[in-house]
Design a binder for this molecule. Sequence first.
Ligand code: PLP
Length: 429
Amino acid sequence: MTLQETYEKNGISPAVYRFGERVLAALRPRFDAVDEMAEQNQGKVILAMREARVDAACFAATTGYGYDDVGRERLEQVYAHVFGAEAALVRPQITCGTHALTVALSANLLPGDELLSPVGAPYDTLQEVIGIRPSPCSLAEYGVTYRQVELLPGGGFDYPAIRAAIGPKTKLITIQRSKGYATRPSFSVEQIGTLIAFCKGVKPDVLVMVDNCYGEFVEALEPTQVGADMAVGSLIKNPGGGLAPIGGYIVGKKACIERCAYRLSAPGLGQEVGANLGILPSFYQGFFLAPTVVAGALKGAIFAANCFERLGFRVIPDGTEARHDIIQAVELGSEAGMRAFCKGIQAAAPVDSYVEPIPWAMPGYDSEVIMAAGAFVQGSSIELSADGPIRAPFAVYFQGGLTWYHAKLGILRALQELVNAGLVPEEAL
Ligand SMILES: *Cc1c(COP(=O)(O)O)cnc(C)c1O
Protein backbone atom coordinates (compact mmCIF):
# COMPACT_ATOMS: atom_id res chain seq x y z
CA MET A 1 0.00 0.00 0.00
CA THR A 2 1.36 3.45 -0.85
CA LEU A 3 1.35 6.28 1.65
CA GLN A 4 -1.43 8.01 -0.24
CA GLU A 5 -3.52 4.81 -0.10
CA THR A 6 -3.04 4.66 3.67
CA TYR A 7 -4.38 8.20 3.89
CA GLU A 8 -7.29 7.27 1.61
CA LYS A 9 -8.21 4.40 3.95
CA ASN A 10 -8.19 6.97 6.76
CA GLY A 11 -10.71 9.08 4.87
CA ILE A 12 -8.43 11.57 3.08
CA SER A 13 -9.24 12.20 -0.60
CA PRO A 14 -6.37 12.40 -3.13
CA ALA A 15 -7.08 16.13 -3.60
CA VAL A 16 -6.77 16.90 0.12
CA TYR A 17 -3.68 14.69 0.40
CA ARG A 18 -1.93 16.41 -2.51
CA PHE A 19 -2.86 19.84 -1.12
CA GLY A 20 -1.19 18.86 2.16
CA GLU A 21 1.97 17.70 0.40
CA ARG A 22 2.25 21.01 -1.47
CA VAL A 23 1.90 22.95 1.78
CA LEU A 24 4.47 20.73 3.48
CA ALA A 25 7.10 21.10 0.80
CA ALA A 26 7.64 24.73 1.81
CA LEU A 27 7.86 23.99 5.53
CA ARG A 28 10.98 21.81 5.73
CA PRO A 29 13.37 24.56 6.95
CA ARG A 30 10.94 25.46 9.77
CA PHE A 31 10.61 21.83 10.76
CA ASP A 32 14.41 21.61 10.97
CA ALA A 33 14.42 24.52 13.42
CA VAL A 34 11.73 22.81 15.51
CA ASP A 35 13.84 19.62 15.62
CA GLU A 36 16.88 21.60 16.72
CA MET A 37 14.93 23.13 19.61
CA ALA A 38 13.79 19.66 20.66
CA GLU A 39 17.39 18.45 20.60
CA GLN A 40 18.47 21.30 22.84
CA ASN A 41 15.63 20.76 25.31
CA GLN A 42 16.22 17.00 25.31
CA GLY A 43 19.80 17.73 26.37
CA LYS A 44 18.55 19.95 29.19
CA VAL A 45 16.23 17.24 30.51
CA ILE A 46 18.89 14.52 30.39
CA LEU A 47 21.38 16.77 32.17
CA ALA A 48 18.85 17.47 34.92
CA MET A 49 18.09 13.76 35.34
CA ARG A 50 21.81 12.91 35.47
CA GLU A 51 22.51 15.60 38.05
CA ALA A 52 19.57 14.48 40.22
CA ARG A 53 20.94 10.89 40.01
CA VAL A 54 17.62 9.47 38.86
CA ASP A 55 17.62 5.70 39.30
CA ALA A 56 15.24 2.76 39.66
CA ALA A 57 14.51 3.65 43.30
CA CYS A 58 12.77 6.80 42.00
CA PHE A 59 10.10 4.71 40.30
CA ALA A 60 8.86 2.88 43.41
CA ALA A 61 5.38 3.46 44.75
CA THR A 62 4.83 5.09 48.12
CA THR A 63 1.58 5.05 50.07
CA GLY A 64 0.04 6.67 53.13
CA TYR A 65 1.72 9.92 54.13
CA GLY A 66 4.49 9.43 51.61
CA TYR A 67 7.29 10.65 53.87
CA ASP A 68 10.82 10.42 52.46
CA ASP A 69 9.60 9.80 48.93
CA VAL A 70 12.89 9.78 47.01
CA GLY A 71 11.22 9.62 43.60
CA ARG A 72 9.02 12.61 44.33
CA GLU A 73 11.93 14.65 45.71
CA ARG A 74 14.23 13.93 42.78
CA LEU A 75 11.49 14.61 40.24
CA GLU A 76 11.01 18.01 41.85
CA GLN A 77 14.77 18.58 41.61
CA VAL A 78 14.66 17.66 37.92
CA TYR A 79 11.85 20.14 37.24
CA ALA A 80 13.59 22.89 39.21
CA HIS A 81 16.78 22.32 37.24
CA VAL A 82 15.10 22.33 33.81
CA PHE A 83 13.13 25.48 34.61
CA GLY A 84 16.15 27.21 36.14
CA ALA A 85 14.20 27.59 39.38
CA GLU A 86 15.07 27.26 43.07
CA ALA A 87 12.30 24.79 43.86
CA ALA A 88 9.43 22.83 42.36
CA LEU A 89 6.18 21.24 43.42
CA VAL A 90 5.21 18.44 40.99
CA ARG A 91 2.34 16.35 42.24
CA PRO A 92 -0.42 13.99 41.16
CA GLN A 93 -2.46 15.61 43.96
CA ILE A 94 -2.61 18.74 41.77
CA THR A 95 -5.62 17.72 39.70
CA CYS A 96 -5.22 20.03 36.67
CA GLY A 97 -3.75 23.29 35.46
CA THR A 98 -6.50 25.40 36.99
CA HIS A 99 -5.84 23.74 40.34
CA ALA A 100 -2.11 24.42 40.10
CA LEU A 101 -2.79 28.09 39.32
CA THR A 102 -5.31 28.27 42.17
CA VAL A 103 -2.74 26.87 44.60
CA ALA A 104 -0.08 29.32 43.42
CA LEU A 105 -2.42 32.32 43.69
CA SER A 106 -4.17 31.49 46.94
CA ALA A 107 -0.90 30.53 48.64
CA ASN A 108 0.73 33.84 47.83
CA LEU A 109 -2.16 36.32 48.17
CA LEU A 110 -3.64 37.35 51.53
CA PRO A 111 -6.77 39.34 52.37
CA GLY A 112 -6.26 42.98 51.36
CA ASP A 113 -3.78 42.11 48.60
CA GLU A 114 -4.45 42.93 44.96
CA LEU A 115 -3.83 40.71 41.96
CA LEU A 116 -3.05 42.36 38.62
CA SER A 117 -3.23 40.93 35.11
CA PRO A 118 -1.39 43.31 32.76
CA VAL A 119 -2.23 41.17 29.72
CA GLY A 120 -6.02 41.35 29.59
CA ALA A 121 -8.50 38.76 30.78
CA PRO A 122 -7.07 35.49 32.08
CA TYR A 123 -8.06 32.03 30.89
CA ASP A 124 -11.76 31.21 31.29
CA THR A 125 -11.48 28.87 34.28
CA LEU A 126 -9.42 31.41 36.24
CA GLN A 127 -12.22 33.94 36.14
CA GLU A 128 -14.12 32.04 38.82
CA VAL A 129 -10.93 31.39 40.75
CA ILE A 130 -10.27 35.12 40.91
CA GLY A 131 -13.93 36.03 41.31
CA ILE A 132 -14.34 38.01 38.07
CA ARG A 133 -17.32 35.71 37.71
CA PRO A 134 -18.64 35.10 41.23
CA SER A 135 -17.98 31.67 42.72
CA PRO A 136 -17.86 30.21 46.22
CA CYS A 137 -14.27 30.18 47.54
CA SER A 138 -13.00 32.65 44.92
CA LEU A 139 -10.11 34.92 45.84
CA ALA A 140 -12.62 37.80 45.90
CA GLU A 141 -14.54 36.05 48.70
CA TYR A 142 -11.33 35.99 50.72
CA GLY A 143 -10.81 39.73 50.26
CA VAL A 144 -8.28 39.67 47.43
CA THR A 145 -9.05 42.36 44.87
CA TYR A 146 -8.29 42.17 41.16
CA ARG A 147 -7.33 44.58 38.45
CA GLN A 148 -6.76 44.10 34.76
CA VAL A 149 -4.99 46.13 32.10
CA GLU A 150 -6.03 45.40 28.53
CA LEU A 151 -3.49 44.75 25.80
CA LEU A 152 -3.05 47.42 23.13
CA PRO A 153 -5.01 46.81 19.92
CA GLY A 154 -1.97 45.19 18.25
CA GLY A 155 -1.43 42.85 21.23
CA GLY A 156 1.39 44.87 22.84
CA PHE A 157 1.72 45.79 26.52
CA ASP A 158 0.18 49.10 27.63
CA TYR A 159 3.10 50.22 29.80
CA PRO A 160 1.66 53.56 31.02
CA ALA A 161 -1.58 51.86 32.08
CA ILE A 162 0.36 49.02 33.75
CA ARG A 163 2.47 51.53 35.68
CA ALA A 164 -0.69 53.30 36.81
CA ALA A 165 -2.33 50.03 37.86
CA ILE A 166 0.53 48.92 40.14
CA GLY A 167 -0.29 50.31 43.58
CA PRO A 168 0.48 49.79 47.25
CA LYS A 169 -1.87 46.78 47.39
CA THR A 170 -0.49 45.06 44.29
CA LYS A 171 1.07 41.85 45.59
CA LEU A 172 1.11 39.52 42.63
CA ILE A 173 1.11 39.98 38.86
CA THR A 174 -0.16 37.16 36.69
CA ILE A 175 0.97 36.81 33.09
CA GLN A 176 -0.56 34.23 30.80
CA ARG A 177 2.00 33.09 28.23
CA SER A 178 -0.41 31.40 25.86
CA LYS A 179 -3.43 32.99 24.23
CA GLY A 180 -5.80 30.39 25.66
CA TYR A 181 -9.29 30.86 24.20
CA ALA A 182 -8.55 34.36 22.94
CA THR A 183 -7.33 35.56 19.58
CA ARG A 184 -4.52 37.71 20.93
CA PRO A 185 -0.90 36.73 20.27
CA SER A 186 0.93 34.40 22.66
CA PHE A 187 3.97 35.97 24.27
CA SER A 188 7.58 34.95 23.81
CA VAL A 189 9.67 34.28 26.90
CA GLU A 190 11.71 37.34 25.95
CA GLN A 191 8.58 39.56 25.88
CA ILE A 192 7.55 38.15 29.25
CA GLY A 193 11.01 38.96 30.62
CA THR A 194 10.70 42.55 29.43
CA LEU A 195 7.28 42.90 31.04
CA ILE A 196 8.51 41.38 34.32
CA ALA A 197 11.49 43.76 34.40
CA PHE A 198 9.16 46.70 33.84
CA CYS A 199 6.78 45.64 36.64
CA LYS A 200 9.63 45.01 39.07
CA GLY A 201 11.08 48.38 38.10
CA VAL A 202 7.84 49.98 39.24
CA LYS A 203 7.55 47.82 42.38
CA PRO A 204 10.61 45.69 43.20
CA ASP A 205 8.92 43.38 45.72
CA VAL A 206 5.92 42.46 43.57
CA LEU A 207 5.63 38.75 42.80
CA VAL A 208 5.16 37.59 39.22
CA MET A 209 3.48 34.34 38.30
CA VAL A 210 3.41 33.06 34.73
CA ASP A 211 0.64 30.74 33.56
CA ASN A 212 2.97 28.58 31.47
CA CYS A 213 0.31 26.22 30.07
CA TYR A 214 1.18 25.03 26.53
CA GLY A 215 4.48 26.94 26.51
CA GLU A 216 6.90 24.41 28.00
CA PHE A 217 9.79 23.37 25.74
CA VAL A 218 8.67 25.56 22.84
CA GLU A 219 11.65 27.83 23.45
CA ALA A 220 15.11 27.37 24.94
CA LEU A 221 14.27 29.41 28.06
CA GLU A 222 11.33 29.25 30.46
CA PRO A 223 9.72 32.22 32.26
CA THR A 224 11.49 31.40 35.54
CA GLN A 225 14.76 32.11 33.71
CA VAL A 226 13.69 35.66 32.88
CA GLY A 227 12.55 36.82 36.31
CA ALA A 228 9.24 35.06 37.05
CA ASP A 229 8.84 34.11 40.72
CA MET A 230 6.60 31.21 39.72
CA ALA A 231 5.70 29.34 36.54
CA VAL A 232 2.72 27.03 36.59
CA GLY A 233 1.32 24.35 34.31
CA SER A 234 -0.51 21.09 33.77
CA LEU A 235 1.01 17.64 33.34
CA ILE A 236 -1.66 16.64 30.83
CA LYS A 237 -0.21 19.30 28.58
CA ASN A 238 3.41 19.72 27.42
CA PRO A 239 5.57 18.59 30.35
CA GLY A 240 3.72 15.32 30.91
CA GLY A 241 4.78 14.23 27.44
CA GLY A 242 1.43 12.49 26.96
CA LEU A 243 2.27 9.83 29.54
CA ALA A 244 1.39 11.56 32.82
CA PRO A 245 -2.25 10.66 33.51
CA ILE A 246 -2.83 13.57 35.94
CA GLY A 247 -0.91 16.30 37.71
CA GLY A 248 0.35 19.84 37.80
CA TYR A 249 3.54 21.68 38.61
CA ILE A 250 4.64 24.95 40.15
CA VAL A 251 8.30 25.97 39.85
CA GLY A 252 9.98 29.07 41.17
CA LYS A 253 11.40 30.84 44.21
CA LYS A 254 11.76 28.63 47.28
CA ALA A 255 9.70 30.97 49.46
CA CYS A 256 6.78 30.91 47.00
CA ILE A 257 6.92 27.15 46.45
CA GLU A 258 6.95 26.46 50.19
CA ARG A 259 3.76 28.46 50.59
CA CYS A 260 2.23 26.57 47.65
CA ALA A 261 3.06 23.27 49.37
CA TYR A 262 1.44 24.45 52.62
CA ARG A 263 -1.64 25.49 50.66
CA LEU A 264 -1.80 22.21 48.72
CA SER A 265 -1.42 19.94 51.77
CA ALA A 266 -1.62 21.76 55.11
CA PRO A 267 0.27 24.40 57.08
CA GLY A 268 3.13 22.60 58.82
CA LEU A 269 3.08 19.63 56.44
CA GLY A 270 3.96 21.23 53.11
CA GLN A 271 6.14 19.29 50.71
CA GLU A 272 6.86 16.45 53.14
CA VAL A 273 3.61 14.60 52.46
CA GLY A 274 1.96 13.30 49.31
CA ALA A 275 2.32 9.62 48.43
CA ASN A 276 3.04 8.98 44.76
CA LEU A 277 0.89 5.80 44.52
CA GLY A 278 3.16 4.38 41.82
CA ILE A 279 2.57 7.08 39.25
CA LEU A 280 6.11 8.44 39.03
CA PRO A 281 7.43 6.34 36.11
CA SER A 282 4.93 8.12 33.85
CA PHE A 283 5.98 11.52 35.21
CA TYR A 284 9.69 10.84 34.63
CA GLN A 285 9.27 9.17 31.27
CA GLY A 286 6.74 11.75 30.10
CA PHE A 287 9.07 14.61 31.03
CA PHE A 288 11.88 12.82 29.22
CA LEU A 289 9.76 12.53 26.05
CA ALA A 290 8.19 16.00 26.36
CA PRO A 291 10.67 17.93 24.16
CA THR A 292 10.06 15.49 21.27
CA VAL A 293 6.31 15.43 21.79
CA VAL A 294 6.19 19.24 21.86
CA ALA A 295 8.18 19.31 18.61
CA GLY A 296 5.58 17.06 16.93
CA ALA A 297 2.78 19.26 18.21
CA LEU A 298 4.56 22.38 16.95
CA LYS A 299 4.96 20.88 13.48
CA GLY A 300 1.23 20.15 13.49
CA ALA A 301 0.44 23.72 14.50
CA ILE A 302 2.66 25.16 11.78
CA PHE A 303 1.20 22.79 9.18
CA ALA A 304 -2.38 23.64 10.19
CA ALA A 305 -1.67 27.39 10.06
CA ASN A 306 -0.28 27.12 6.55
CA CYS A 307 -3.04 24.84 5.24
CA PHE A 308 -5.92 26.96 6.50
CA GLU A 309 -4.26 30.30 5.75
CA ARG A 310 -3.92 29.26 2.11
CA LEU A 311 -7.62 28.52 2.05
CA GLY A 312 -8.45 32.04 3.22
CA PHE A 313 -9.15 31.46 6.92
CA ARG A 314 -7.65 33.78 9.52
CA VAL A 315 -5.13 31.81 11.58
CA ILE A 316 -3.36 32.90 14.76
CA PRO A 317 -0.37 32.75 14.73
CA ASP A 318 -0.13 33.19 10.96
CA GLY A 319 1.75 30.76 8.74
CA THR A 320 5.14 32.43 9.12
CA GLU A 321 5.20 33.79 12.69
CA ALA A 322 7.54 32.54 15.41
CA ARG A 323 5.90 30.11 17.85
CA HIS A 324 5.61 30.67 21.58
CA ASP A 325 3.17 27.87 22.43
CA ILE A 326 1.63 24.83 20.74
CA ILE A 327 -1.82 26.33 20.17
CA GLN A 328 -3.09 27.17 16.74
CA ALA A 329 -6.29 29.16 16.40
CA VAL A 330 -8.26 28.85 13.17
CA GLU A 331 -11.21 31.19 12.72
CA LEU A 332 -13.84 29.17 10.92
CA GLY A 333 -16.51 31.87 11.05
CA SER A 334 -19.45 29.62 11.86
CA GLU A 335 -20.62 26.96 14.27
CA ALA A 336 -20.94 24.57 11.29
CA GLY A 337 -17.26 25.13 10.51
CA MET A 338 -16.26 24.42 14.11
CA ARG A 339 -18.34 21.24 14.15
CA ALA A 340 -16.84 19.99 10.87
CA PHE A 341 -13.27 20.72 11.98
CA CYS A 342 -13.76 18.97 15.31
CA LYS A 343 -15.50 16.04 13.61
CA GLY A 344 -12.38 15.52 11.51
CA ILE A 345 -9.95 15.70 14.44
CA GLN A 346 -12.10 13.19 16.32
CA ALA A 347 -12.41 10.83 13.35
CA ALA A 348 -8.60 10.68 13.02
CA ALA A 349 -8.07 9.72 16.67
CA PRO A 350 -6.83 6.35 17.93
CA VAL A 351 -9.45 6.39 20.73
CA ASP A 352 -13.18 7.24 20.45
CA SER A 353 -12.86 7.79 16.70
CA TYR A 354 -16.49 6.80 16.13
CA VAL A 355 -18.07 9.60 18.17
CA GLU A 356 -19.10 13.02 16.87
CA PRO A 357 -18.29 15.97 19.12
CA ILE A 358 -21.19 18.27 19.99
CA PRO A 359 -21.13 21.56 21.96
CA TRP A 360 -21.87 21.39 25.71
CA ALA A 361 -21.96 23.65 28.77
CA MET A 362 -18.62 22.72 30.31
CA PRO A 363 -18.04 23.75 33.96
CA GLY A 364 -15.88 26.86 34.26
CA TYR A 365 -16.71 28.29 30.83
CA ASP A 366 -19.33 30.97 30.11
CA SER A 367 -20.40 29.78 26.64
CA GLU A 368 -20.90 26.31 25.22
CA VAL A 369 -17.68 24.56 24.27
CA ILE A 370 -17.03 21.98 21.57
CA MET A 371 -14.17 19.57 22.08
CA ALA A 372 -12.64 16.92 19.89
CA ALA A 373 -10.23 14.61 21.63
CA GLY A 374 -9.68 10.96 21.07
CA ALA A 375 -7.12 10.76 23.82
CA PHE A 376 -5.57 7.95 25.86
CA VAL A 377 -5.69 10.31 28.86
CA GLN A 378 -9.10 11.94 29.27
CA GLY A 379 -8.99 15.65 28.43
CA SER A 380 -5.28 15.54 27.65
CA SER A 381 -4.55 18.39 25.28
CA ILE A 382 -0.96 17.44 24.54
CA GLU A 383 -2.71 14.70 22.61
CA LEU A 384 -4.27 15.80 19.34
CA SER A 385 -7.29 17.87 20.26
CA ALA A 386 -9.34 20.80 19.10
CA ASP A 387 -11.75 22.84 21.08
CA GLY A 388 -13.28 26.23 21.34
CA PRO A 389 -16.17 28.19 22.80
CA ILE A 390 -19.19 28.57 20.50
CA ARG A 391 -19.01 32.34 20.11
CA ALA A 392 -17.71 34.80 17.52
CA PRO A 393 -15.28 34.60 15.78
CA PHE A 394 -15.98 30.83 15.91
CA ALA A 395 -12.35 29.91 16.31
CA VAL A 396 -11.15 26.41 17.05
CA TYR A 397 -8.03 26.10 19.13
CA PHE A 398 -6.09 23.21 17.83
CA GLN A 399 -3.21 21.65 19.72
CA GLY A 400 -1.14 18.62 20.43
CA GLY A 401 -0.40 15.36 18.77
CA LEU A 402 1.83 12.82 20.46
CA THR A 403 3.42 12.31 17.06
CA TRP A 404 3.73 14.63 14.09
CA TYR A 405 2.20 11.93 11.83
CA HIS A 406 -0.96 11.82 13.90
CA ALA A 407 -1.19 15.63 13.90
CA LYS A 408 -0.84 15.63 10.11
CA LEU A 409 -3.57 13.05 9.66
CA GLY A 410 -5.90 14.92 12.01
CA ILE A 411 -5.41 18.23 10.20
CA LEU A 412 -6.01 16.66 6.79
CA ARG A 413 -9.11 14.92 8.10
CA ALA A 414 -10.42 18.20 9.58
CA LEU A 415 -9.92 19.83 6.20
CA GLN A 416 -11.64 16.86 4.54
CA GLU A 417 -14.72 17.33 6.75
CA LEU A 418 -14.88 21.02 5.79
CA VAL A 419 -14.73 19.99 2.13
CA ASN A 420 -17.37 17.30 2.67
CA ALA A 421 -19.66 19.82 4.39
CA GLY A 422 -19.32 22.21 1.44
CA LEU A 423 -17.54 24.81 3.61
CA VAL A 424 -14.33 24.61 1.55
CA PRO A 425 -14.81 24.23 -2.20
CA GLU A 426 -12.75 21.34 -3.62
CA GLU A 427 -11.45 23.58 -6.41
CA ALA A 428 -9.84 25.84 -3.77
CA LEU A 429 -7.38 23.05 -2.92
C1 PLP B 1 -5.32 24.68 29.95
C2 PLP B 1 -5.05 26.00 30.51
C3 PLP B 1 -5.35 26.31 31.83
C4 PLP B 1 -6.12 25.40 32.73
O1 PLP B 1 -5.68 24.10 32.76
P1 PLP B 1 -6.69 22.88 33.03
O2 PLP B 1 -5.73 21.75 33.16
O3 PLP B 1 -7.59 22.77 31.85
O4 PLP B 1 -7.41 23.17 34.28
C5 PLP B 1 -5.01 27.56 32.29
N1 PLP B 1 -4.41 28.46 31.50
C6 PLP B 1 -4.12 28.20 30.22
C7 PLP B 1 -3.45 29.24 29.38
C8 PLP B 1 -4.42 26.96 29.68
O5 PLP B 1 -4.12 26.70 28.42
